[in-house]
Structure formats: structure tokens, C-alpha cells
Design a protein around this ligand. Structure first.
Ligand code: F6R
Length: 612
């Protein structure tokens, strides 16, 4: 789980590579490095630590080369260190390689190469790649124009696992070859220059015309053209896709952190996700053309995802079951894969992923497909791997999400899944016209209601100052508020490192209430008017045991007895999670700031989890 960048053109490569890596630090940030070709020799500069440390390495400023590859690492094999940092070279220093992914059979390959006289200096799985390329290249006739390409292809065919790889060689100082399998890689086409990256934000300042590589597609990149080949090295044609994201979308725009910027971008993210879906008489979702005859055969829907995306799925379950009358199961992708799920052609399987690159979610999708289910991907990144595997792909339009902690992607996912539930219900006739109309009206007013909710920011900041030293925080909710509490609790854990649990309010007395002690903070979310009394009596149970309560509600509840009461706007019950999560996002954000933590890049986490 790392970020890779490449450049080939007339400009100096090094500054472009470093700028690109900075944009990809959300993918990993324990070490970084670049390799360029200067005077027909590979020059590699790398070290452990953040990308900005690269600027301090001797010789960085004097690099003039117009070709280079770069990497920001999130360690999987071998601790963060200069030696284990990428780029890696072969024993003859002829090739330099950066790699994102995991080579599962690297030990076996290492042994094989050692028996052939190859030596290794790092603990990484990646180092086998340049050495394998060297091994195969020595078998080629150098004058053959495809010798390097063939050597790389042969090396890649030996690799098991996932990889996005960039290769440069002093044998071909003006050319670069890249390939991917199950790890993301894109190529940005410029004027007399080309850019390569794991993700769009790294190259957005330079171009919006992007080639997306499929598994086992090789790109032979020159400064003025890109040739594509399939697994058998037959030439293939590929077209660029235009990315509409604004380059300022990937900048902080005056906010101190990406997370805060992204929290404030939610009105726009939700508005753009709604887009034109509700404009006509009938709901229309681009990319999703499911016939009534087919939908009528469905007897179960699976929603599969990881982390925050899975919590969006838990909310969607309630909406889909209510509107469509179809049972929905929600499962974490890493469990689903190995649970032998009961799936057949009557199952519809929906996969939610912001990045579209989460390895477990992609594998879970492939599994359902192989068992005959139709699959839908709900992704935020256009052209991402999951969208190329799914039968249907629909997009949230949250724009690039850079902070590791997901915020605007989550609210956009709930938005899109609600629209999807309404769409299915409309086709199936399982919900009344009035109910759909009322939901439409509420959805269309969501951006304004989010704006209104964001006004609680100052009060949340003050509350955060009171509790930032807490060791444990509990989140309690019932019904539609329960998944919001799980997501609120996840946000708190991941960016503030405070231990926290989300519970269904009614479940508390079956064990966890033993943890409630004098002075402990409990966040209670109450938005379902039919459950107010029951939820309040659960809150009373913890108040009696000494808890301090932060209450988030859209109901008229008296403040008496609560440490703080945050009122949010009322809306349709199924949409209230979009508003209720906002104070919780702000709470975690402000606690992390108060604790002077790295809000956008919390420890041990990476934005896209492209390994199992
Ligand atoms: C938490 C968070 C993660 C992701 C999860 C899935 O803030 O961001 O829990 O939601 O890793 O990622 P995607 O949606 O990219 O598949």
C-alpha cells in the first residue's frame, strides 16, 4: 500500500516526482525515494520518513534528468529504513523499480535467483522484481527493440500477488515501462510529456487526460507517445478519459487540514452525487440499467465493503429493506470472502468503495460474480479497479478525498445508496409515490441542511477541548442512529487514538454498561422520533452511573441533565445519518487537533488498503 509517481518529458523530473509523492502520502508515508537517469546511469535517492525529507538528501537539487520514478512507502515486508525504501535495483544497477502491492511468492523467487548468483540487500518483496528483470534481460538479444519489454513481461508472469510497477533502465535512458495487476496505476497524457501515478491527485496539476490500465496491460512510455501491449505483447489501443476534477479539489484551499476541508465540502459532494438523478419523472442513475423483470427475481441483496464504506452500507440496509421489501445482508469484505456466502443468480451484490481499490472488496465482488450474482460497484474514483470488475458501476461525486479518515465519501455513499433504493422501489412498485416524493424533496434539501448543521462547529470545538484527554468514549444509538454511532466511534479511534465503542443503545445493559464509570463521556445520537423515549431511557441509565452526555438530536429534547446538546436539522429518518455524522466528524477532528496529532495521516493507516 504505497504511492508511485513517474515522469518522462522535457522538464526536470525530480521536483515533479516529489510534488506528486506529496499528493500520494495518504497511501503511505514511512519512507520515500526517487530514481532518475543522469548521464546514462541510474541515480537513486531515498530514505526513511516523510516525502519532505527527500529534499534534504544531498544531490537532490542538482538532478537534471527528464525521466524518473518515485515512491512513498507503507511498509509491508521489512521495516521502514533507507535500504528497504524504493526504488530498488538489480545487482548490476541496470534497472530501477518502484512497486505498489505485495509479491506473495517473493521468498521462492528470491531463492531461485540466489541459486543463479543474485544477491539481495533489502528485506523487501520488491527487490526480486528488478533482479528477475535482469535475469530475463540477459537472455534477450539487446538489439531487439522489444527485449526490455519482453524481459519485464516474463518477470511479471513469475510474480504472484498484486503489483503496479514502474521500470526505468540505463539500457533505454529515454523510455519507461509500467504495468499493473490488482494495484492501481494511471498514465496522464501531456504535450511532449507523460505522467504516471497511483492516483489522480498526483498528476491533476498537469493534465486531465488519463489512460487507465487494466490488469496485465503494459505501457511503453516515451515522452511523446505511449504504446500499449497485452499480456502476449500484442499491441492494443487505449483511449484517454477526461477527468473533470478541479486541481484545487486536491489542495487544502486555506483549510488547516484536508479532513476539515472535506467535512466542509459535504454540501457540494452530496449535491453533485444527487446530480441529475432526480430531475425527471423517474429516477435515473447513470450506469445502472436494471430491468423490472430482473429486479423481481431478486430475493436477497448483499452489501459488502470495509470500514466507513461498510457503515454507509449498514444505513442503506435499513432504507432498502424499508422501501424495496428485499432482505439485505451487510458484511465486511474480508469476512464475506471466506464465509462461503449463500449466493446465486437471485442475489444482487452491491460493493461500496471510495477508492475503488480496496483489495478485500474487489475480491469479494469477484467471488459473488463467480457464483452468478449481478454486481454493482458504488465508487468515488472513476475508472478504479472495482468499476472494471463490476457488472454495473455508479459513482459518488465527492471529488478526491485526501484525508485518510473518510468524511465526504461516507455522506455521498449514503446519498447514492438512498437514491438507488428509491430507484429500485420505483421500478418494483414497493413504495408509495408519496413516500418517494417526500424522500426526493428531503434529498434535494440536504446540501442546505448540511450547511446548517456545519454551524455547530464552534460548539463542538469547545466540547472537544473539555474531553480531549479522555481514555474511553462510548457512542449510543438505536435504529437508524446505530450505524452512525459505529462510524462516529471509528472516526474517533482512527484520528484521536482514543479508545471508543459504538453500541446499539438497548444492548448496553447486556454487558458493556459495566464499563460506564463516573465522569466517562457518552455520545448519544437520537434522530428517530419513534424511538426518542426508549433512547432517552437508555441515556438515563448511563447518566445514573455517572456518564457525561453529548446529545446529538433533531428532536425537541430539554438540555437539562446533559453536558452538551447539539441540535441538528430535521429531515426524513433515512437521511438523518447524513446530518448526524457531521458533529461527530467535527468532534474527532477537533480532539485530534487539540492533541496535536497528524489529522490527515493518522498512525498505522493508509488511505487505500490495496493488500489483503
Ligand atoms: C475510515 C476509512 C476506512 C475506509 C475503508 C474502505 O475513515 O476511510 O475505513 O472506509 O478502508 O476504503 P474504500 O472505501 O476506499 O474501499
Amino acid at each position: 500500500m504505497c504511492g508511485i509517481v513517474g515522469y518522462i518529458g522535457d522538464k526536470k523530473a525530480a521536483p515533479i516526482l516529489i510534488k506528486g509523492l506529496e499528493k500520494l502520502e495518504y497511501r503511505g508515508y514511512d519512507s520515500a525515494g526517487i530514481a532518475v537517469i543522469e548521464n546514462n546511469e541510474i541515480v537513486t535517492l531515498k530514505d526513511k520518513g516523510r516525502v519532505k525529507n527527500l529534499l534534504k538528501i544531498d544531490g537532490m537539487e542538482s538532478l537534471n534528468s527528464g525521466i524518473g520514478i518515485a515512491h512513498t512507502r507503507w511498509a509491508t515486508h521489512g521495516k521502514p529504513s533507507a535500504i528497504n525504501s524504493h526504488p530498488h535495483s538489480d545487482k548490476d544497477k541496470c534497472f530501477a523499480v518502484v512497486h505498489n502491492g505485495i509479491i506473495e511468492n517473493y521468498k521462492e523467487l528470491k531463492e531461485k535467483l540466489k541459486n543463479e548468483g543474485y544477491t539481495f540487500i533489502s528485506e523487501t518483496d520488491t527487490e526480486v522484481i528488478p533482479n528477475l528483470i535482469n535475469y530475463y534481460y540477459l537472455k534477450e538479444k539487446k538489439e531487439d527493440s522489444k527485449a526490455l519489454l519482453r524481459a519485464i513481461r516474463n518477470a511479471c508472469m513469475d510474480l504472484m500477488g498484486s503489483f503496479a510497477i514502474e521500470v526505468i533502465s540505463k539500457e533505454k535512458p529515454n523510455e519507461m515501462i509500467v504495468i499493473r495487476k490488482d494495484s492501481p496505476l494511471i498514465i496522464g497524457k501531456g504535450e511532449n510529456e507523460n505522467y504516471i501515478a497511483s492516483d489522480i491527485p498526483a498528476i491533476l496539476p498537469y493534465t486531465r487526460n488519463i489512460y487507465f490500465l487494466d490488469n496485465y496491460e503494459f505501457a511503453y512510455i516515451y515522452k511523446d507517445r505511449v504504446d500499449f501491449y497485452n499480456k502476449n505483447l500484442e499491441p492494443i489501443k487505449k483511449e484517454t478519459k477526461e477527468i473533470k476534477w478541479d486541481s484545487s479539489d486536491a489542495e487544502k484551499d486555506g483549510f488547516p487540514h484536508f479532513m476539515l476541508k472535506e467535512i466542509y465540502e459535504q454540501p457540494r459532494a452530496v449535491r453533485e452525487t444527487i446530480g441529475t438523478t432526480l430531475d425527471n419523472d423517474k429516477i435515473e442513475i447513470e450506469g445502472l440499467e436494471l430491468e423490472r423483470e430482473y429486479l423481481k427475481t431478486i430475493n436477497k441483496i448483499y452489501i459488502v465493503a470495509c470500514g466507513t464504506a461498510m457503515y454507509a452500507g449498514l444505513t442503506a440496509r435499513k432504507t432498502i429493506e424499508h422501501l424495496c421489501n428485499i432482505p439485505v445482508e451487510v458484511e465486511v469484505a474480508s469476512e464475506f470472502r471466506y464465509n462461503n456466502p449463500l449466493i446465486d443468480e437471485k442475489t444482487l451484490a452491491i460493493y461500496i468503495s471510495q477508492s475503488g481499490e480496496t483489495a478485500d472488496t474487489i475480491a469479494a465482488l469477484k467471488l459473488a460474480k463467480s457464483k452468478g450474482a449481478k454486481t454493482i460497484a458504488v465508487a468515488n474514483v472513476i475508472g478504479s479497479s472495482i468499476t472494471r470488475e463490476a457488472d454495473y458501476s455508479v459513482y459518488t461525486h465527492a471529488g478526491p478525498e485526501i484525508a485518510v479518515a473518510s468524511t465526504k465519501a461516507y455522506t455521498s455513499q449514503i446519498t447514492m445508496l438512498t437514491i438507488m433504493a428509491m430507484h429500485f422501489a420505483e421500478i418494483l412498485g414497493t413504495s408509495s409515490k408519496n413516500e418517494i416524493e417526500e424522500l426526493k424533496k428531503c434529498l434535494l434539501s440536504m446540501p442546505e441542511k448540511i450547511e446548517e448543521t456545519l454551524k455547530v462547529a464552534e460548539r463542538i470545538k469547545e466540547f472537544a477541548k473539555k474531553i480531549y484527554n479522555e481514555k474511553d468514549v462510548f457512542f449510543l444509538g438505536r435504529g437508524i442512529d446505530y450505524p452512525v454511532c459505529l462510524e462516529g466511534s471509528l472516526k474517533l479511534k482512527e484520528i484521536t487514538y482514543i479508545h471508543s465503542e459504538g453500541y446499539a443503545s438497548g444492548e448496553l445493559k447486556h454487558g458493556p454498561i459495566a464499563l460506564i464509570d463516573n465522569g466517562i463521556t457518552v455520545v448519544s445520537v437520537i434522530t428517530d422520533k419513534d424511538l426518542v423515549e426508549k433512547s432517552l431511557s437508555n441515556v438515563q441509565e448511563v447518566i445514573t452511573r455517572g456518564a457525561k452526555i453529548l446529545l446529538i438530536t433533531n428532536q425537541n429534547i430539554e438540555k437539562k441533565g446533559f453536558e452538551e446538546l447539539i441540535k441538528i436539522p430535521e429531515t426524513n429518518k433515512f437521511l438523518s445519518p447524513i446530518l448526524a455524522i457531521i458533529p461527530l466528524q467535527l468532534l474527532s477532528y477537533n480532539i485530534a487537533v487539540e492533541k496535536k496529532l497528524d489529522v490527515d495521516k493518522p498512525r498505522n493507516l493508509a488511505k487505500s488498503v490495496t493488500v489483503e
